[in-house]
Design a protein around this ligand. Structure first.
Ligand code: HEC
Ligand code: HEC
Length: 350
């Protein structure tokens, strides 16, 4: 595929050059259907943000979905976005550190859940190093330990597939496919991954009730967890040090990868701070934390109870740990289970 790419690209350019605008045949493309996804009040967000230069359309989302699950975008034809972001696991991959990219090398961070990201437009990745979905997508597409794609070869592949060629033309009204369009279509699809139909949501909307244990768990969550895992999205979209490590080694070849948010801001207060992950679908997204160090929710609760490492940047509310007896622990887990959204999982099967 790589060898072909350049010549195909040049042929494409030559053709585009050869026909003047007047000679372009009139193409009747079906009308594009733009839409805004419906948002439940239980998400507690105002509106649905999307960049003006990439408004969601039905056709764009369908194209993005096809790209998301297409392993042919990768250098070895085996890895798609869906390899590390599987729908059944709320778009995670179930391992601590993936080695299923094209190089087979282990990544340094765990694959986060991919949903409700429309509201995280500034501050994607565990350290917030990516500003928007559109530009983020080039990371996994081209990273040698993820999909390792050569963008020219990628575009050539898409130009050669009739179905893709037609879909791109409809969505972007342009003859020539560009790699930026790949990123845009993927982003349209990702923005429509919205989880808002868990038992918690139905309870919030008055459609279902909580049992006594779930209710107790909710109150414990409000008291101990909601300052960071804020209700609605179940993240404050902020960055905190939740006491995982006492020190943050910095091997030069890793360029601050173990230093969390500090790597991006160089602000000493951000040392060891990571983005608060959502608690939605948490029963499906183990292992936990930026490096997948905990396998179960019990290990996570053990950490908050007894494992907090105290240093200057630790979030102050965690200084003494979060003490829960076994009844309270069961209640919190029961509440966390109400955040599983089976409808979301069903709806977004590959
Ligand atoms: C080999 C595994 C792998 C593949 C393939 C992969 N990702 Fe990821 N993805 C990750 C990891 C690991 C991270 C976290 C990186 C970090 O935070 O430093 C991530 C982070 C993300 C995020 C940020 C989520 C957030 O909450 O900040 C998005 C969005 C995303 N990936 C989308 C994609 C898309 C789209 C593709 C396909 C083009 C893709 N990924 C392919 C492993 C993968
Ligand atoms: C001071 C803010 C803060 C408080 C309070 C807090 N968390 Fe967290 N939580 C975080 C941050 C930040 C992370 C990610 C840390 C990392 O990966 O380095 C996290 C990670 C998690 C994870 C792993 C999620 C994943 O996808 O990997 C779970 C589960 C979790 N917290 C549950 C809880 C529960 C339950 C409580 C209350 C008992 C709680 N947290 C209290 C900030 C907080």
């Amino acid at each position: 595929m790589k060898r072909l790419s350049k010549s195909l690209l040049f042929t494409g350019l030559a053709l585009a050059w050869a026909c003047s605008p007047e000679e372009e045949p009139i193409v009747h493309t079906p009308e594009i259907h733009y839409y805004t996804p419906a948002i439940s009040t239980s998400l507690q967000v105002a509106g649905f943000p999307q960049p003006e230069r990439n408004i969601i359309s039905e056709q764009g989302v369908a194209l993005g979905k096809k790209l998301f699950f297409d392993p042919n975008l990768s250098a070895n034809g085996k890895v798609s976005c869906g390899t590390c972001h599987t729908p059944e696991l709320a778009f995670t991959d179930g391992v601590s550190l993936a080695d299923h990219g094209v190089s087979g090398k282990k990544l340094h961070r765990t694959a986060p859940a991919i949903f409700n990201l429309a509201w995280q437009s500034d501050g994607l990745f565990w350290d917030g190093g990516a500003h928007d979905l559109e530009s983020l997508n080039f990371g996994p597409l081209t990273h040698p330990d993820e999909m390792g794609a050569d963008l020219d070869a990628l575009v050539a592949y898409l130009e050669n597939e009739l179905e893709y060629k037609e879909q791109f033309k409809i969505v972007f009204s342009q003859e020539q496919i560009e790699s930026a369009q790949v990123a845009r279509a993927l982003s349209q699809y990702v923005r429509t991954l919205i989880s808002q139909d868990s038992k918690y949501d139905r309870w919030q909307r008055g459609e279902e009730s909580f049992g006594e244990v779930e209710l107790k768990g909710f109150q414990l969550y409000q008291k101990n967890c909601s300052s960071c895992h804020q209700e609605g999205l179940f993240t404050d979209l902020g960055f905190h040090n939740n006491g995982l490590d006492e020190e943050y080694p910095n091997p030069p070849e890793l360029e601050g990868l173990y230093q969390g948010r500090y790597r991006i801001t160089s602000n000493p207060e951000d040392m060891g701070a990571y983005k608060t992950p959502t608690l939605r679908n948490i029963a499906l997204t183990a292992p936990y934390m930026h490096d997948g160090r905990f396998q179960t929710l019990d290990e996570v609760l053990d950490h908050y109870q007894n494992g907090i490492q105290v240093n200057e940047t630790l979030a102050p509310e965690l200084t003494w740990g979060i003490k829960l007896n076994s009844i309270e622990r069961d209640a919190i887990k029961a509440f966390l289970n109400t955040l599983t959204d089976s409808l979301f999982i069903q709806k977004h099967q590959k």
